[in-house]
Design a protein around this ligand. Structure first.
Ligand SMILES: C[S@@+](CC[C@H](N)C(=O)[O-])C[C@H]1O[C@@H](n2cnc3c(N)ncnc32)[C@H](O)[C@@H]1O
Length: 281
């Protein structure tokens, strides 16, 4: 008999610890991150020491606010792939979310090697990378980092630190959700959000005045980010995966970055398995 196909969407029982409310569209995010972890661990195990890193890990369980169903979030999905990673790094700056995640991992996955951190993702990455275990073999270490903020609250400086090591990245770009919605505020001279996200303090000089058209601003943010990624040696050969509310309104994109064609090949395969794939811009 064929083994049942592994499904990243995993429903759970309430355990009275904090949960995060999500919209139904977040399930596509969980599918993508879970399927990537699955293909990555199956394809790379034995050749590398594999690490999963989640800089915005949340409390571990989420509740679909429409159906009421409770399910595992990104980090707990990554911990349940048929072939496990060799080590996991989980960070969230919110103490309650962090404690809930730790309690759930202790209960559900006591066998796994896990490194915890409760800090701002933009200030702890160097320390997290330095704290990775030293493996007693001659293989190199490959880290898959999931970056899942609610907003554009990710400094490009953080990516620069990750890029010094062998780190593939799947990142949520809150271009519409944050970038577009707040572009008037971000235009104010004392607002640093876009300068930090793009790593370019002079970003305003690229616009003639403060009437930034919606479409141009989202595209500008995506392009600036990608140009910077390319300069760090990351390939730009995978399409950003849109996550939409209903059939039309795109809320955010998931963008994948690797320096190696194998990573892009894996992510492309995952995308082809999703039937609601759309092109960006
Ligand atoms: C969108 S949730 C993502 C949770 C998780 N990845 C999931 O699959 O549901 C964002 C999480 O990031 C945390 N967070 C927001 N800003 C942060 C920061 N600067 N550093 C670390 N954690 C942060 C929040 O507390 C929240 O738990």
């Amino acid at each position: 008999m064929m083994a049942a196909k592994w499904d990243p969407i995993q429903y759970v029982e309430d355990d009275d610890l904090p949960v995060m409310e999500i919209g139904p569209w977040a399930q596509k995010k969980f599918k993508l991150v879970g399927k990537y972890c699955d293909i990555f661990t199956k394809g790379m195990k034995g050749k590398w020491n594999l690490i999963y890193m989640d800089l915005f890990c949340g409390p571990g369980f989420v509740r679909n606010k429409v159906s009421g169903q409770l399910m595992r979030n990104s980090a707990l999905i990554a911990m349940s792939t048929p072939v496990p990673f060799d080590h996991y790094i989980l960070n969230d700056f919110d103490r309650a979310a962090f404690e809930a995640m730790k309690a759930r991992v202790d209960r559900l996955h006591p066998e796994l090697s896990v490194q915890y951190s409760c800090a701002d993702a933009n200030s702890c990455v160097e320390e997290l990378l330095a704290g990775r275990p030293t493996f007693s073999n001659s293989k190199q270490t490959l880290t898959f980092c999931f970056i899942d903020p609610f907003s554009l609250n990710l400094d490009f400086e953080t990516i620069r630190i990750l890029a010094k090591e062998k780190v593939d990245i799947l990142m949520l770009h809150a271009l519409q959700m944050d970038g577009n919605r707040n572009r008037g505020r971000y235009w104010q001279p004392d607002h640093e959000r876009v300068a930090r996200f793009t790593g370019n303090p002079d970003w305003r000089s690229k616009f003639a005045d403060d009437r930034i058209p919606v479409h141009s601003f989202c595209k500008f943010l995506a392009d600036e980010f990608d140009v910077n990624m390319k300069a760090l040696g990351y390939r730009l050969d995978t399409k950003k995966e849109p996550i939409s509310m209903g059939s039309r309104r795109i809320i955010y994109y998931l963008a994948f970055y690797s320096k190696h064609e194998r990573g892009s090949e894996f992510f492309g395969k995952i995308q082809r398995g999703n039937n609601d794939q759309l092109e960006l811009f």
